[in-house]
Design a protein around this ligand. Structure first.
Ligand code: ZN
Length: 202
């Protein structure tokens, strides 16, 4: 690849660090950017460069939100049902529910799944924050929407044990939803069915 200028090679290297971007796609993107007006490319670069300054995690649920909107719009919305709390692994999972409008409760991001392999321990999960919300009262049901993997099951077992002191209804969405993976689209019907068909854990 020595026939590319040094700065283009640098861009290709950075692009290839992104998920799903191989050498060919990186090349296509880089040349596309070169053809675009400098102003447009600068705007894109600026949006990327400032992402950590403009986006943060909601202090209540852990969703991603604008720094200027914290707590997030879901946590402050008077329209949401605060008796139902959906427990998800990652902030991206919230988008799946929100895109379809199938759920009108509130969320809590755990931030991971227990895994000896990946060295994710109980203290790495946002469990203290969950206790704080439960102690504040109002929540009647916790809906587990975690990946149906070995790690997901271990996490459900662990969190269920943590929740013993509270009198809560614990449920789990029906499997078949590819949570925690790169999904472009889960239709409302599928998600509604998974929520309606949720299993009662306790
Ligand atoms: Zn929130």
């Amino acid at each position: 690849m020595r026939y590319y200028p040094e700065s283009l090679l640098k861009l290709l290297t950075e692009l290839q660090k992104l998920p799903g971007i191989g050498p060919k796609t990186a090349q296509r993107l880089a040349f596309h950017l070169l053809r675009e007006p400098a102003e447009d490319v600068r705007r894109l670069g600026d949006a990327i460069a400032r992402i950590h300054d403009t986006i943060t995690h909601c202090e209540i649920c852990g969703a991603i939100t604008d720094v200027a909107q914290n707590p997030c719009y879901i946590c402050v919305s008077p329209q949401r049902d605060r008796t139902q709390l959906c427990l998800v692994q990652r902030p991206d999972d919230i988008a799946i529910f929100e895109k379809t409008g199938a759920f009108n409760g509130v969320y809590h991001v755990l931030g991971g799944l227990l895994s000896a392999l990946n060295n994710v321990r109980p203290e790495d999960l946002r469990v203290i924050e969950l206790h704080e919300r439960l102690e504040a009262g109002g929540i009647e049901e916790i809906i587990f929407a975690l990946n149906p993997s070995v790690e997901g099951s271990a996490t459900v077992t662990f969190v269920t044990r943590e929740l013993r002191p509270y009198s809560l209804k614990l449920t789990q969405v029906a499997y078949g939803i590819p949570l925690g993976s790169d999904l472009d689209y889960v239709d409302e019907m599928t998600l509604s069915r998974a929520l309606e068909g949720r299993n009662v854990l306790a």
